[in-house]
Ligand binder design. Sequence first.
Ligand code: NI
Length: 174
Amino acid sequence: MAVLPIIVAPDSRLKVKCASVGRVDDAARRLMDDMLETMYAAPGIGLAAPQVGVRTRVIVLDVAREGEERRPLRLADPEIVWASDDDMSYEEGCLSLPQHYAEVIRPRSVTVRFRDYDNTVRELTADGLLSTCLQHEIDHLDGILFVDRISALKRNMILRKLLKSKKAKTLETA
Ligand code: NI
């Protein structure tokens, strides 16, 4: 397993629509494992393949609290097949938008169909944090960041700050 570099916004590689996995083979399993290791190292509770520069529909999550046993989830070709009518608001963050958070409104519960580590098609119904996290990661696969779901004013403020700190970093290493 390997810890991969995480792409920070704004970056065109975070705005792509990713391709289906189709069948979960050894290469897809290796990607899932590397992504989990990267996510735990960050640390974070979810990661999508485009965040490590891979244009494929794979996400990993673990919403276990600190001190609880790990509950890693590895999903290929995740698809929301049902969403509740009632919404919830959650303060979201993202490893590609470090140190920025915003309230995002999404359906409270969802059912997601996906292929698991063994290429078996499964369905998972979630609410609360796991539901939010699943929707956030699936958005990444279509090039959508959580800031795309908040006001343009707040989005532009966050992206401007990220761009500024990126430029500062480039100058430091130049
Ligand atoms: Ni994210």
